[in-house]
Design a protein. Structure first.
Length: 396
């Protein structure tokens, strides 16, 4: 059909709606009436992602969502999951087995970091974490048994950038698979396969769903690879429920509109905060003062809605108290985990992840006590700036 994102978001995968309803119905069913031809039924039972056999195997709406995402990420195929973590863990388990090694980053989404540190090691899979801003560190960490380079860019929460092209080339040179968590950028702002990355994963809970009303995950890759992921997904069982899949499909229709508005809002908000005397530091890849701004501009079409600020204070303790004061003084920004929705959220990463990180890990991942992570929404920018301004005025 078309290669234009906005049209793909609205129309792609219509063939999975076999009714005359303009809007894809919710297929709220666990199972489907068998084809009277036993050969057809065998096919339905064994073919990856067959949409009309049994829900854990597939569902028409799941197929429609996967078709859209495969188009956006420029891969042959895709598979949806009940959460981002289900997508990430299953995608990794379709590549590595006992005795294998993964090269990953210091800074990862906390759930991914826990999966690497506390689960994979129990199954004989080792992981080396490196500084993602240093490409030579990735190459140095490669061993004879390395099967996967796993990256996240921009990373959660600090917005470090990993060079997609360099990782794509490095992985190819060594015959290793490369996988990227593209959640923070969304496919509107970044297409990792353009730079030679093999597999793209998303927490669809965030920008793709976009309304903070569902959890979901997506894996995009070659047809053969997605068949392997599907086989593990059938065994592990984290399939996306029919209603959530329908909500995700609905959310996707406005993905481009939302992300563009969010890109614009976030840049203006970052510029405002960067000038504010009570903010020590703003981390936003769209600002010229971001240490990796040039790299971000090379591989991103927009800079997304995630930014981190360091609230000022005489010492870490005062910065921490000021950060809490700021959060509590806001009226529009909601203090909550998660991101990528239409509403602006703010959160204190050191509290959220304090349980999981040791002091050394916090330092390596750059999470300070005065740091706040903001997910910019689609509200009017003047209201967002005014809200932060009045809350900052309350800090002395
Ligand atoms: C939220 C998030 C995840 C996990 O997704 P869930 O849907 O919560 O399981 C993974 N990676 C990143 C970057 C995230 O922000």
């Amino acid at each position: 059909m078309t290669s234009n994102t906005e049209t793909i978001l609205v129309h792609e995968g219509q063939q999975f709606n076999q009714t005359s309803a303009v809007t894809t119905p919710i297929y709220q069913t666990s199972t489907y009436i068998a084809d009277p031809d036993p050969m057809e039924y065998i096919k339905a039972a064994t073919e990856p992602k067959h949409p009309y056999f049994y829900h854990r195997h597939g569902n028409p709406t799941n197929s429609q969502v996967a078709t859209i995402l495969a188009k956006l990420e420029k891969t042959e195929d895709a598979l949806v999951f009940a959460t981002g973590m289900a997508a990430i863990s299953t995608a990794i388990l379709a590549i590595v087995k006992s005795g294998d090694h993964i090269v990953a980053q210091h800074a990862h989404y906390s759930g991914t970091a826990i999966f690497f540190k506390e689960f994979l090691t129990d199954y004989g899979i080792t992981v080396t974490a490196v500084d993602q801003t240093d490409i030579s560190a990735f190459e140095k960490a490669i061993q004879a048994n390395t099967k996967l380079i796993y990256i996240e860019t921009p990373s959660n929460p600090n917005l470090y950038i990993t060079d997609l092209k360099a990782i794509g080339e490095l992985a190819k040179k060594h015959g290793i698979q490369s996988m990227v968590d593209n959640t923070f950028a969304s496919p509107i702002n970044q297409t990792p396969t353009d730079f030679g990355i093999d597999v793209v994963v998303h927490s669809a809970t965030k920008y793709l769903g976009g309304h903070s009303d569902l959890t979901a995950g997506i894996v995009c890759g070659t047809r053969d690879y997605i068949a392997r992921v599907w086989k593990r997904s059938v065994a592990l069982g984290a399939s996306l429920a029919p209603l959530d899949s329908w909500l995700l499909l609905r959310g996707l229709k406005t993905l481009s509109l939302r992300v563009k508005q969010i890109n614009t809002n976030a840049l203006k908000l970052a510029e405002f905060l960067d000038q504010h005397p009570k903010i020590k530091k703003v981390s936003y890849p769209g600002l010229a003062n971001h240490p990796q701004h040039e790299l971000a501009a090379q591989q991103m079409k927009g800079f997304s809605g995630m930014l981190c600020i360091d609230v000022d204070g005489k010492n870490e303790e005062e910065a921490f108290l000021n950060a809490q004061k700021l959060i509590n003084g806001l009226h529009i920004f909601i203090n909550a985990a998660s991101l990528g929705g239409v509403e602006s959220l703010i959160v204190h990463p050191a509290s959220m992840w304090g349980r999981h990180h040791t002091k050394e890990q916090k330092e390596a991942s750059g999470i300070t006590l005065g740091m706040l992570r903001i997910s910019v929404g689609i509200e009017h920018i003047d209201d967002l700036i005014a809200d932060l301004k009045q809350a900052l005025d309350q800090i002395n």
